[in-house]
Design a protein around this ligand. Structure first.
Ligand code: ARG
Length: 466
């Protein structure tokens, strides 16, 4: 088989590198997935070279046709990637030049340093758009589960101890809010990804009259008002990976949110809570214990947050000691970036599918939510309405709770006489506090878990997500 040398070694170097060096330095095994964006970037660059007179009309058309042909082969899985050609940029350029002589002019005014920054930005721009769509799908799954079980109440927990009753939907909507902030962060990150670095060359731009704005326009590097977005410092442009860090940071927080949701799902699916049943297709069995139905998707969603957080730390560590400007270390950014993108995307999709196949157990939820102790604070509020300072009301209700415990009765089964033995202020209406439906009708502050407010929030999200 004929040996292939990267064009980057021609002229200057007398010996080819050893196979061990090729293996160590190659990135084609993972950056080949940038091919689509690499070709798009090359087409825009060729169009610009044509405009400034470096390429003739014919040469430009031949290059675009050649790149089209290569794209079709890659898509069909027929293209032969070669580790000897190091990376996606040189594999495509070498093949193009083999087919189209004018391909040798394509790298005019361009370096792999600005090319790889361009490819990563183009790739990530698409990835963010796709991820945002998937997150909206997960938000819709949460809203649907809430709507389907609108009447279900559960205890809300602090310290994993029963605190106050909430609509199950309210708990789910908490995650919808968290995910919305993730979307905002990703969209904000998108604005800094969406800046064109091409024309920065290896470090110092080019002496040729490259039309950077034209390339940027062709590749849609524009803001909401249509203004072209160009990097403003060639040294920064070729060494900047802040946009990768930002994405991975937003991804890490997203993964942490997934992990928390997963933990709730795992608790709810346990026999101890028994609030939900995950569909068979979204659970797995044990190889030993025949009765087991394990929430593995949720567990993996929780577990995978570890690698996504790790990717962020790896990137920050990678960048912290780099001198200006491009250093080959930067090649190590891609696997972390791809892994974060793939992991959060798959997790988003699987969590949504799992929630679509999750059923709520209304009886178990109702039993848990009917614990009258959940309304102890409502009893304190009752005393406040009667004019008692809250601190005193807190103390009095504490004594009522102690009395109930001592007499082995639930809070709502104490008699009026027993209540009045703690404080004479209690009236006949005091026990009405323990009517759960009425209690839920009272919680209607903005953002509160009351029936009316939760219905309003569900409707708002339904409209916003459709
Ligand atoms: N494969 C390289 C990377 O991922 C492309 C840029 C190489 N540039 C260079 N000067 N060797 O970063």
């Amino acid at each position: 088989m004929k040996k292939t040398y990267p064009v980057s070694r021609s002229g200057r170097f007398s010996r080819e590198v050893g196979a061990d060096v090729t293996q160590f330095t190659q990135s084609i095994s993972f950056d080949c997935r940038l091919w689509r964006h690499d070709i798009l970037g090359s087409m825009a660059h060729a169009t610009m070279l044509r405009k400034i007179g470096v390429l003739s009309k014919k040469e430009c058309a031949a290059i675009v046709r050649g790149l089209d042909g290569i794209a079709a082969e890659i898509k069909a899985g027929k293209f032969k990637w070669q580790a000897g050609l190091e990376d996606v940029h040189m594999n495509i350029e070498a093949e193009l030049t083999k087919r189209v002589p004018a391909g040798a002019k394509l790298h005019t005014g361009r370096s792999r340093n600005d090319q790889v920054a361009l490819d990563a930005r183009l790739w990530l721009r698409d990835e963010i758009t796709a991820l945002l769509r998937e997150i909206a799908g997960l938000q819709r799954a949460l809203v649907s589960l809430g709507e389907k079980n609108f009447d279900v109440l559960i205890p809300g927990y602090t310290h994993l101890q029963r605190a106050q009753p909430v609509h199950f939907a309210h708990h789910l909507l908490a995650y919808v809010e968290m995910l919305e902030r993730d979307c905002e962060r990703l969209w904000d990150c998108h604005s800094r990804v969406n800046v064109c670095p091409l024309g920065s060359g290896a470090i110092a731009g080019s002496t040729l009259p490259i039309d950077r704005a034209l390339v940027a326009k062709l590749l849609h590097f524009t803001d909401a008002s249509g203004k072209v977005q160009l990097t403003q410092n060639s040294m920064d442009a070729v060494s900047d990976r802040d946009f990768v860090v930002e994405f991975c940071a937003a991804g890490a927080l997203l993964a942490v949110h997934f992990s928390r949701l997963a933990e709730d799902v795992i608790l709810w699916a346990s026999a101890e809570f028994n609030f939900i049943k995950i569909g068979d297709a979204y659970t797995t069995g044990s190889s030993l214990m025949p009765q087991k139905k394990n929430p593995d998707i949720a567990e993996l969603a929780r577990g995978k947050s570890g690698r996504v957080i790790g990717n962020l730390v790896a990137l920050l560590t990678l960048l912290k000691g780099l001198p200006m400007t491009y250093n080959r270390d930067l090649q190590e950014d891609k696997e972390r970036l791809f892994d974060t993108a793939d992991t959060v995307r798959a997790t988003t999709r699987l969590l949504a599918a799992m929630l679509h196949h999750t059923k709520v157990n209304p009886a178990a939820c109702a039993a848990a939510a009917s614990d009258p102790a959940l309304l102890a604070t409502d009893l304190a509020d009752y005393l406040v309405r009667k004019g008692m300072p809250f601190r005193q009301a807190h103390h009095v209700v504490g004594a009522v709770v102690a009395l109930a415990e001592k007499s082995g009765k639930p809070l709502d089964k104490l008699t009026l006489a027993e209540l009045q033995s703690v404080h004479k202020i209690f009236g006949r209406d005091a026990l009405g506090v323990f009517d759960l439906k009425r209690a839920m009708a009272k919680r209607n502050l903005t953002g509160a878990p009351g029936t009316k407010e939760v219905a309003k929030q569900l409707a708002r999200w339904r409209a916003q997500l459709s």
